[in-house]
Design a protein around this ligand. Structure first.
Ligand code: PTJ
Length: 250
């Protein structure tokens, strides 16, 4: 049953439904439902909106992706279920491939997710035929493609596992993540952490790419002036500040 549109948590409830449908279709790992619940708790503390810190990280991410020679967008089950069209729009804006890169790997899920991304119009979907491994990870989690993540200089990895994020960093890549938990290992090891909900963050990064694409002279300055740890501290302070007690959502 669909909640009324004026329900204070309408978007959150509809997002849950979308994720459950994704699970029924075989896109989302069962663990993905649990991971989403953790994300929801942090989003609740943010007031379920994009903060100044999220906005800044989204702008820096756009500039970093525009500066990249070979950017790649990594897609897992939650991403494929919640924001496939939005990822396609971002990959179009950057003219870059997406790579299916999942933590709980089965060949069936890789194939279902690849199909979903092609159905929404993604031109280049990698990951079904991995031919490389990310050093330092066990075989299933290390698999990637030479054309995609292995040779990428900048990787956008939403909802990434901490070990894999660190392994990508160890390969010398610049890593951008989207993670509502500012305390996660991924959040703390990425170059840019967007502490915002996937459903708001991906369209926001695309909008920044579109607005910055004609001003290449601005990109470097935007990236160089950014301090990820400082931004994480700021968003964490915002989460624990008492003004949220007035928000009155349930
Ligand atoms: O599809 P697979 O097999 O690759 O598995 C995907 C999950 C998400 C299950 C896997 O990567 C995983 O276990 O992730 P973690 O380590 O639980 O981390 C997920 C992080 O994403 C947590 O810190 C959550 O707070 C955060 N998160 C969950 N939902 C959202 C989110 N961040 C942004 N937007 C969300 N909607």
């Amino acid at each position: 049953m669909e909640p009324p549109k004026n329900h204070p948590r309408y978007v959150s409830l509809m997002t849950r439904d979308k994720l459950v449908r994704g699970w029924e279709e075989g896109l989302v790992a069962t663990q993905g439902l649990i991971a989403h619940g953790r994300g929801e708790a942090f989003d609740y503390l943010l007031g379920e909106r994009t903060t100044e810190e999220g906005d800044l990280a989204e702008k820096v991410s756009a500039a970093m992706l525009l500066l990249a020679e070979h950017p790649v967008i990594s897609v897992n089950g939650n991403v494929g279920a919640l924001v496939p069209e939005e990822i396609r729009l971002l990959s179009d804006a950057l003219d870059c491939p997406v790579e299916i890169n999942i933590f709980h790997r089965t060949e069936e899920r890789v194939s279902t997710l690849s199909g979903r991304m092609r159905d929404v119009g993604c031109g280049k979907v990698l990951g079904e035929r991995p031919d490389r491994e990310i050093p330092g990870l066990d075989h299933a989690r290390a698999m990637c493609t030479d054309e995609g993540i292995f040779t990428a200089d900048v990787v956008l990895v939403p909802l990434e596992d901490g070990d894999r994020c660190q392994a990508l960093k160890d390969m010398g890549k610049r890593v951008i993540t989207i993670d509502l938990n500012p305390l996660s290992r991924t959040a703390r090891s990425a170059d840019v952490t967007i502490v915002d909900n996937l459903i708001r963050a991906v369209p926001a990064v695309t909008a920044f790419v579109r607005s910055l694409e004609k001003d290449p002279h601005l990109w470097k300055g935007i990236v160089e002036g950014y301090d990820n740890m400082e931004n994480l501290e700021n968003v964490l302070s915002r989460m624990v500040s008492t003004h949220l007690l007035d928000s009155g959502k349930s």
